[in-house]
Ligand binder design. Sequence first.
Ligand SMILES: Cc1cc2nc3c(=O)[nH]c(=O)nc-3n(C[C@H](O)[C@H](O)[C@H](O)COP(=O)(O)OP(=O)(O)OC[C@H]3O[C@@H](n4cnc5c(N)ncnc54)[C@H](O)[C@@H]3O)c2cc1C
Length: 383
Amino acid sequence: MHYELTPELTMMREALRKFVRAELEPLEKKVDETGLLPDHLLPLMGEQGYLSMRLPEAVGGAGMGLFPYCLMLEEFSRSHRIFGLLASGGGGLTPIAIARHGTDEQRQKYLTGLMKGTLRTAFALTEPAAGSDNSAMTTQATRVEGGWVLNGRKHYINGAHEAHFVVVIAVTDPVKRTRGGVSAFLVDRGTPGFNITRVDTTMGSDVIKLAEIELTDCRVADGALLGQPGQGFDLAKESLRDGRLAVSASCIGIADRLLEMSAQYAKSRITFGKPLSERQAIQWMLADTEVDLAAARALVYETLKQIDAGLNVGSAANVCKLYCSEMVGRVADRAVQIHGGMGIVSGYPIERMYRDVRHYRIGEGSSEVQRMLIAKDVLKRVS
Ligand SMILES: Cc1cc2nc3c(=O)[nH]c(=O)nc-3n(C[C@H](O)[C@H](O)[C@H](O)COP(=O)(O)OP(=O)(O)OC[C@H]3O[C@@H](n4cnc5c(N)ncnc54)[C@H](O)[C@@H]3O)c2cc1C
């Protein structure tokens, strides 16, 4: 299906497509094998403006709305999920949260480095006893003279082990809790009491690592508070909404690449004297993927445009995340089937993508959590 884009957006997407083909696709295999990002990558992305697409022009960004921004994320993710993650600021869209809610001092301290690719960040909400139910968090920040003291444990925090600073969500008022008693803090690596205690690799790709953070009497100054005291849960929810749309865009990008590779393979692979592409069984799989993708794009693009127009979209971001994360799983499964043995051979992108897309149904809120939130919205609409 063809989507008409403005000439400016078409140009930006073409330029990015060239960048992805020239600079990122050649790195895919190495990044996967070593679990490491080459040192030049983030500064290169920063130089090209790909780390500041969504940030307001006032702070040096491109000021993109969610729709064009997510189109760009689609292109990054076609290559490798990590590149989409880097382009979205790594940790839960932290850069945009600082641009929106940070003080001048915080913007100066962090945004330039994030935009240039010399600083990395992470977003720490999840805890061992507070995953889907993040309102059960126990990490606490206690007010002391001139600052706050943080105690608690966060886990599954993407990239925290490499982050120069982490946004930590903590309870600041145990009575109000998620109703105005949770705050967000910018905690620098090296702050006494802030320790990375474990780093897990995941089934998708070794370059995606989840870290555990132990906070023990970790003292931060007043200037570490992001936004107002008590605003932390709203800030996390805002970040999760945009994060769920970013995930949806990534799923679309990956599904698009899988379809392209499957169609190419089907045309070139001969069985029983004919290309696979001439077999109805294979054509139907390609057709089902095309339908899945078209539905995902229609849903996500319309939601993004409505948000950019300032409309209240209710639970649409949850609908997008649920649909797209499940869609890409179906698409990856068909891609493996079309590729046969080639689809399960390590080191070939199909196998990596098949493993890698599984996490989309868990991270940024699982499918069950999305369904809970969508159902809540539906039930609110009727008396
Ligand atoms: C790749 C990846 C990256 C991540 N990055 C970050 C990050 O950077 N920062 C961060 O803070 N967190 C991060 N997370 C954590 C993620 O947000 C949590 O894993 C997720 O919210 C689920 O929490 P949990 O793992 O504790 O599962 P649990 O909450 O224990 O749930 C286990 C299962 O039970 C289901 N379930 C739970 N409650 C219900 C219910 N009421 N009804 C029906 N089913 C239910 C869930 O859907 C899930 O399938 C990441 C996770 C992944 C996989």
